[in-house]
Design a protein. Structure first.
Length: 122
């Protein structure tokens, strides 16, 4: 049981580091680890007038593939559905995009690869 908790804590830590990195690159954090019907949104940030839903994927190394390869079509549909719930619940109508942030390595030695508009939904 502890391993699931450890993995969750590690994931939350990586997401905090990712949010800090993105903030340093001009985005403003709105919410993190946001649970909605249909899924979870890792990071919700603002880039000017645009609301950005960011999927953070981490791997200690790329021996078993790049972190971005784990964002499948099914995962994209789940994220889109979660984002629509978030927008509806908050009565928001603004430009949106979906970004992906691949994080490789182990803290503090992390590499970030930010893909803006990683996939389209709206």
């Amino acid at each position: 049981m502890a391993s699931g908790t450890d993995a969750r804590a590690r994931g939350a830590h990586i997401e905090r580091l990712a949010a800090d990195w993105l903030t340093a690159h001009g985005l403003a954090l709105i919410a993190s680890n946001h649970q909605v019907k249909g899924g979870e949104l890792d990071l919700i940030m603002r880039d000017g007038e645009t609301l950005v839903f960011i999927e953070v994927r981490h791997r200690a190394d790329t021996r078993h593939g790049h972190p971005l390869e784990t964002i499948t079509a099914t995962k994209q549909r789940r994220l889109i559905r979660a984002a629509r719930f978030y927008l509806a619940r908050n009565r928001l109508s603004c430009p949106c995009r979906f970004d992906a942030l691949a994080v490789t390595g182990t803290p503090p030695a992390l590499d970030f690869e930010w893909v803006q508009s990683a996939f389209e939904a709206f």
